[in-house]
Design a protein around this ligand. Structure first.
Ligand SMILES: [Zn+2]
Length: 309
C-alpha cells in the first residue's frame, strides 16, 4: 500500500518523478542535508541519511509511505556527519559508499566520536555563540546560524549518536538493481577525497551530495579544490536536467555554475595576496566564518600541492 508521505518537521518531500522523491531539509529541522528516496523496482534506496537518527527515521517512514516498504539499500554520498550520521537508523540494511568514504570513517572514528560527546558539543556551541557579537552583515549571520543549528541538533540527539561506516563499497561506478538504470558514480576527489553521486539517466536527474550546493557555501576543507572543478565538468557531461544538491532547493541542470564560481573564486583568492580584493564570485560571503576557513585551508593546500607561499 502506498499513500501520501506524512508531514515531517525535518524535511519537505518533493516527488520529482514516479518513484523518485527529493527530501529537502527544512532550515529549522535537524536533518541539515537533503536526501533522495528511490523506488528501484527491486528494492528501495535512501541516498544520504542526514545528521540525526531521528531525522533519518522520517526518511524511513517516508519510504514506507511512498513505496510500500522500508529502505533495502542506503548510500552515503560522503563521510561528513550531516550526511552519514543517520546511518545508525538503518540497522540491517546494506550501506554503500566509496571505498575511501568507508576508510575515512574507520580512520577518523575515535576523533569524530570525541567531537560528538555532549560536553564537547556544549563547549563548541558556547564558543560559537560568543563569536556572534563580532559578525558583520547578513551573510555572516546566516553562515553562523547554520553552524549553531547543527550543534544544537547534535546536542539534542547526543545520546543516540553512533558512527556507522558504509559496509559495502565501490570505486568509480555501481549499477543499481532494477530497470531504472540508476547508478552510483565517483569521479574522485572534490568536496571530499571520493564523493559519490546518484544519477538517473532516464529522468536526467542528479543527486549530487555536497559537490553541488545552493544558497550556502560549499566546504572545501576535506577534499581537492582543483580536482573539484574537474568533477563538475564530469557532472555537466551527464547533462542532468535537474539536480538535487546536498543543501538548498532542487536546481535546474545549469545549477552547477554557482559552485564552480565559488570554488574557482576561493582558489583565485587563496593564490593571491592576502590583502587583494576578493573575486566577485565570492565577495558576497566576505566576513563569514566558512569563507575564512575555506581560504585558510586552500592557501595551505596550494602551498603543499604547488609549493606556493
Ligand atoms: Zn559535506
Amino acid at each position: 500500500m502506498t499513500g501520501p508521505i506524512p508531514t515531517s518537521e525535518n524535511y519537505t518531500f518533493e516527488t520529482l518523478a514516479a518513484g523518485i522523491v527529493a527530501a529537502i531539509h527544512r532550515p529549522e529541522g535537524h536533518a541539515i542535508c537533503n536526501s533522495g528516496l528511490l523506488d528501484l523496482g527491486e528494492g528501495r534506496l535512501v541516498f544520504d541519511t542526514g545528521l540525526t537518527p531521528a531525522s533519518a527515521g522520517d526518511l524511513a517512514t517516508a519510504t514506507v509511505a511512498a513505496f510500500g516498504a522500508g529502505p533495502s539499500l542506503v548510500v552515503d554520498s560522503h563521510w561528513h556527519m550531516d550526511h552519514a550520521l543517520g546511518n545508525s537508523r538503518f540497522t540491517g540494511v546494506p550501506i554503500w559508499g566509496t571505498r575511501r568514504t568507508r576508510e575515512i570513517l574507520l580512520e577518523r572514528h575515535d576523533e569524530l566520536a570525541a567531537d560528538l560527546r555532549r560536553e564537547q558539543l556544549e563547549k563548541e556551541l558556547k564558543t560559537f555563540q560568543a563569536k556572534k557579537r563580532s559578525l558583520r552583515g547578513a551573510a555572516a549571520r546566516a553562515d553562523h546560524a547554520l553552524i549553531v543549528q547543527i550543534l544544537r541538533s547534535l546536542l539534542e540527539a547526543s545520546d543516540s549518536l553512533r558512527i556507522v561506516p558504509p559496509d559495502q563499497t565501490f570505486e568509480t561506478r555501481l549499477e543499481l538493481p532494477g530497470t531504472r538504470g540508476a547508478e552510483l558514480r565517483s569521479f574522485g576527489a572534490g568536496h571530499t577525497e571520493a564523493d559519490a553521486i546518484l544519477f538517473l539517466p532516464q529522468e536526467k536527474l542528479l543527486f549530487a551530495g555536497d559537490l553541488v550546493g545552493s544558497g550556502i557555501q560549499p566546504s572545501l576543507g576535506s577534499g581537492d579544490p582543483e580536482h573539484w572543478l574537474v568533477v563538475l565538468d564530469e557532472l555537466e557531461r551527464l547533462r542532468p536536467e535537474r539536480i538535487v544538491p546536498g543543501h538548498g532547493p532542487v536546481l535546474p541542470g545549469d545549477g552547477i555554475a554557482e559552485v564552480r564560481d565559488y570554488v574557482g573564486g576561493v582558489l583565485k583568492a587563496a593564490g593571491a595576496r592576502k590583502d587583494a580584493t576578493l573575486p566577485a564570485s565570492i565577495r558576497r560571503w566576505e566576513g563569514t566564518l566558512s569563507l575564512k576557513e575555506n581560504l585558510d585551508f586552500t592557501r595551505q593546500w596550494l602551498a603543499a600541492r604547488h609549493g606556493r607561499k
